[in-house]
Design a protein around this ligand. Sequence first.
Ligand SMILES: [Zn+2]
Length: 222
Amino acid sequence: MGVLLVVMAHPDDAELMCYGAIKKYAARGYECHLLLLTKGEQSTFNEGSREDRGKYRIAETKKAFSKVDINISCLDFTDGFIRQDYMLMATLQQQMERIDPTVVITHYPDGGWLEHQDHNALGNATYSAAIRYAHNLEKVLFTEPLFSNFISFHPNLLISIDEYFEEKVEILKHHVSQDEKFYIDEKFLEMRAASMSPYIRINGERFTGKFELFYQVYAVEF
Ligand SMILES: [Zn+2]
């Protein structure tokens, strides 16, 4: 049976970029894992200590994923300081060997000037670690960056999430600490999910469904 590993920098990244895809893999019987590199503790939503904020944000992600059979773990790297160095690669190697994924989903590593620096660094490192250390790897997917309008992100895999879109909007509301961010807003999520719809046709008819977009960078078929 397949094993899905999603590697993301911060709490809320996986929900925003690939909640529907995770639900689909889970429904197909994949064993699902979410690996968070940081607790997102740099976020300045209250006056608590950095440690308190990190705990709060991890709890939000656990609530958001309460309807999914997924193992969530956090590696406790420092939010904002992820870089592709020996420490990160050695850690990702351990995780690839432990989890042994067949499908890996991570950040698009060339997210441009506006994307969070942690996303770009982690996407690169995760792809490299997956190729080198996962023993049964079949597929690596990069998620759509938050600012994909401003860079040359060309999705080549569109995963239909019609059946999960409303749930995605609902579960994102568990991220109370982030509720002022533009990308949590339902209108933004709708616009993003429908951005490729004008190009999709089924039997000649325009298909107005909702999607999560990916760049499939690696795939093996037997
Ligand atoms: Zn993030």
